[in-house]
Design a protein around this ligand. Sequence first.
Ligand SMILES: Cc1cc2nc3c(=O)[nH]c(=O)nc-3n(C[C@H](O)[C@H](O)[C@H](O)COP(=O)(O)OP(=O)(O)OC[C@H]3O[C@@H](n4cnc5c(N)ncnc54)[C@H](O)[C@@H]3O)c2cc1C
Length: 442
Amino acid sequence: MLKVGIYWFCNDLRLLDNSMLLKAATEVDKLICIYCFDPLWLLPNRYGLVSMSVNRVSFLKESLIELDKQLHELGQHLLVCNENPINAIKDLAIEHKVSTIYRSCQIGYYENQQWLALRNQLPSINFVQTDTLSLYDQDQLPLLPLELPKTFTKFKIAVQDLAVKKPAPLIEFLPPSPLKQTDWLRYFVNDLNPAFKFNVELEFNAGETAGLKQLKEYFNSGCVNQYKERRNELDGWGNSSKFSPWLANGNLSPRQIYFNLKLYEQGFGANESTYWLFFELLWREYFRWYAHLHGKRLFAFKGIKGLNTLTSFYPERFQKWSNGNTPYPLVNACMKELNATGFLSNRGRQIVASCLVNELAIDWRYGAAYFEQQLLDYDVGSNWGNWQYLAGVGADPRGKRHFDLEKQTKQFCTDGIYINKWQASNPYLYLDSVDAADWPIV
Ligand SMILES: Cc1cc2nc3c(=O)[nH]c(=O)nc-3n(C[C@H](O)[C@H](O)[C@H](O)COP(=O)(O)OP(=O)(O)OC[C@H]3O[C@@H](n4cnc5c(N)ncnc54)[C@H](O)[C@@H]3O)c2cc1C
């Protein structure tokens, strides 16, 4: 009897260094490749926001279109389903008598709940997952899944000398799909899909080819030599690697970056900056396992520390922050950049997050949810983990971080060019609307 498998693509949209897809290709005779665009992502969530802005959907769509083309070259197709994955995959699995479902390991709580739900509904099917999105495999980290070093520094010391697995080779063969050509009409990877109607011009080109191009160009440019000194700049393509949007969609893997970095160091020498890029990849790694370990607590107001912070919700302040209309020009410039491009430097993210938590005294989760909506590189662990950190309810042993906005402006925007670029030099004078009629006459 023919063995039929389903490969469930998530944030691993690539054919290079995709060991899970490689395994699926060798184990089954027929393979269904599917991506599920959950309609929930476009519905308002508990923060009154959506999970995916127009920019994010557009970036994802381009990436899926490219993946579909790559699969075509191997005689395959990508089913892009506008449905909850549990229903879509369950129906396909039953209809095509599937024996195994494959997926890259996910760290998000809800993604893991879906996997468990599907497993429960399809008890006779094998479910296989592997780490394709991290530097290390889970079994290399001795304390997991029950524990993780409490701070990043302890984590870094424990893992930084572990061996990183070599990236898997390019996939050059895939078993054919069991679906007939006519069945494809039920699915789509084109503009018929209501979720994909948006089309915007982004600074980042999506997909694996563009990701690999950035990987090559970044190391060829030699910018990594000054990475540590430049990474805090607010603007400028070469000041940081810009790998994050491709990493988040899985067009690039951290292992590919790691081995390119090692090659660079062999050719041109290692220095503090080249080490620092690895150091930042370790932060990403830390937040991945942090999300995996803490599950739902990643999204909890009290964070992983269970701390109550003094905060409230001010709809007007939140709206002003989101639109870049606060009394702080630097914050406004950052928010305008985020809204226009779907990207913001690390320093910019820290500044606007600190402003939301400290100056505006808003519940940090609204800021995290807004970033989730806007960031092309949205990653559940890095986003919610960094927000918890800044809000003082996460992994920071020092507690809440407060960035002095005046000092930050002097240090990172002395010439005012960045603020002018985003037309943010005339801020709103007031944080809250003041109605003179509310004040007693004296
Ligand atoms: C409030 C807040 C929210 C954030 N949300 C996200 C997010 O959703 N997705 C995301 O990828 N990053 C997030 N970051 C981390 C960081 O800002 C971005 O990874 C970085 O700015 C991306 O640009 P780059 O690729 O040029 O980074 P580089 O400076 O070139 O770093 C290389 C890679 O290291 C990793 N990295 C760097 N800094 C961090 C960090 N602080 N935490 C975790 N990983 C890091 C990223 O994968 C990045 O691509 C957030 C930071 C803050 C302060």
